[in-house]
Design a protein around this ligand. Structure first.
Ligand SMILES: C[S@@+](CC[C@H](N)C(=O)[O-])C[C@H]1O[C@@H](n2cnc3c(N)ncnc32)[C@H](O)[C@@H]1O
Length: 403
């Protein structure tokens, strides 16, 4: 898809206003402190595009400054407590909430080590897991045999409907007495806080100014709505009805599934299965194209570990991040997570003209002493414009250029 980066500028205040209808969904982040009450929920822009106004040539604009630590609020102590009593462990990190929702931050300096270092341990029992292929396997096995939610899950398309299955499991977990997710659900973003475009109104979608993306999202909304209508009709038993009394609740659950699911392999006995997982606490890690952390299974102890990349120096207050999707353009990030990034190295500007930029001038502006051979145009003095745009991204500069 010939999508340019950044995505077109959007008017967030208009978007917020048009999202009010979704606020009826009951779940919301518990213990939201005075900071948020006084600043209102509109601290969460509903849809985040990478775009900022770009009146001048974007190559020479500095990247936007990081969120200032002073805007972050510590997570409610209950957020830790509910996990700690179930053997979730966190080392040298803290969870904080800011205008862009929750994130994970270093609570102390970390010197670079030759080996990766653990910052979170999350027991398998706390995760919600559905195998990717038939026969559907759930872990933990919370659905009793014969429960009608299993028939609903069974009616999904094995190839395409992973998000609907996970949403059903999540809604079931919220309803199950004493299930961990009843407590953890209080810390998930509510419908007006969630950036997923599944929750966007038609007005929001029109403002995307990306007809292909808007049309994909309309189809996804229709698919989720039709699924709810088919399975939550008047005749269903109360134990199904109460899981999602209205379509908004179901579509919210699908958006949580889409924006928080991690695809991993899990091992049950000798069997290794591809699975879709909702992993509490690890799902508070935000995305970066230059992540300082990664996820790692310790099968023996049925633990998922979040680890700091080997050799990484981390300063107290730094955000810990993982890479959600490698090699995907911004339209995919918007579709799945509701944000895009000007720093996405996989999004190139399609440039159809034959303009070239004088290489010497460009290189000296960036203090670069040379480029790999394949980046040069026919003549050694000029370089394609789109290559220069790419090189302006920090990622590419650090990995390809001889600075
Ligand atoms: C897995 S959750 C991460 C935790 C999330 N911040 C929260 O408050 O629950 C993914 C969501 O976080 C937000 N997010 C993560 N990384 C981001 C980034 N680099 N830029 C903007 N939003 C991001 C988006 O709303 C995305 O849908």
């Amino acid at each position: 898809m010939a999508l340019s980066v950044p995505l077109p500028h959007r008017n967030h205040s208009q978007l917020r206003a048009s999202r009010q209808q979704w606020q009826a969904v009951p779940l919301g982040r518990r213990g939201r402190s005075c900071y948020f009450q006084s600043n209102s929920r509109s601290n969460f822009p509903p849809i985040r595009a990478a775009a900022v106004e770009a009146p001048t040539f974007p190559l020479f604009q500095p990247l936007q400054a990081e969120e200032s630590p002073s805007e972050l609020e510590p997570a409610d102590p209950d957020f830790y407590k509910i996990g700690f009593v179930r053997s979730m462990r966190a080392y040298g990190i803290e969870f904080k909430e800011g205008p862009e929702g929750f994130g994970v931050y270093a609570s102390k300096d970390v010197e670079p080590l030759r080996r990766a270092r653990v910052i979170m341990e999350i027991p398998l029992e706390l995760m919600l897991t559905v195998s990717k292929k038939l026969p559907w396997m759930f872990f933990p096995d919370i659905i009793p045999i014969g429960h009608p939610i299993f028939d609903i899950i069974n009616s999904t398309d094995p190839e395409k409907d992973w998000d609907l299955r996970l949403a059903c499991l999540l809604l079931y977990a919220f309803d199950k007495q004493d299930n961990f997710w009843q407590l953890y659900g209080d810390f998930l973003p509510s419908a007006d806080e969630c950036t997923s475009l599944l929750l966007a109104t038609e007005e929001d979608l029109l403002e995307l100014q990306d007809e292909a993306l808007a049309s994909t999202m309309r189809q996804q909304q229709k698919r989720a709505l039709e699924f709810w209508e088919k399975n939550w009709h008047n005749g269903v038993p109360l134990k199904i009805k109460r899981l999602a009394r209205d379509p908004e609740r179901f579509i919210w659950a699908v958006s949580v599934a889409q924006s928080r699911c991690i695809d991993m392999q899990m091992r049950i006995g000798a069997l290794v299965q591809d699975a879709n997982m909702l992993i509490p606490y690890a799902d508070m890690l935000n995305h970066s194209f230059q992540p300082n952390c990664f996820l790692h299974w310790r099968f023996k102890d049925r633990m998922l570990e979040v680890m700091i990349n080997a050799g990484q120096r981390i300063k107290k207050g730094d955000e810990m991040t993982i890479n959600y999707m490698c090699g995907q353009k911004n339209n995919m990030f918007m579709q799945r997570y509701g944000f895009s990034s000007a720093a996405n190295p996989w999004d190139v500007i399609e440039f159809s003209g034959n303009a070239r930029i004088h290489l010497e001038s460009f290189l000296s502006a960036f203090n670069i002493s040379g480029l790999p051979q394949e980046y040069y145009h026919n003549s050694m003095d000029f370089c394609d414009f789109h290559i220069l745009i790419l090189l302006a991204c920090e990622n590419v500069l650090s990995s390809t250029c001889l600075m």
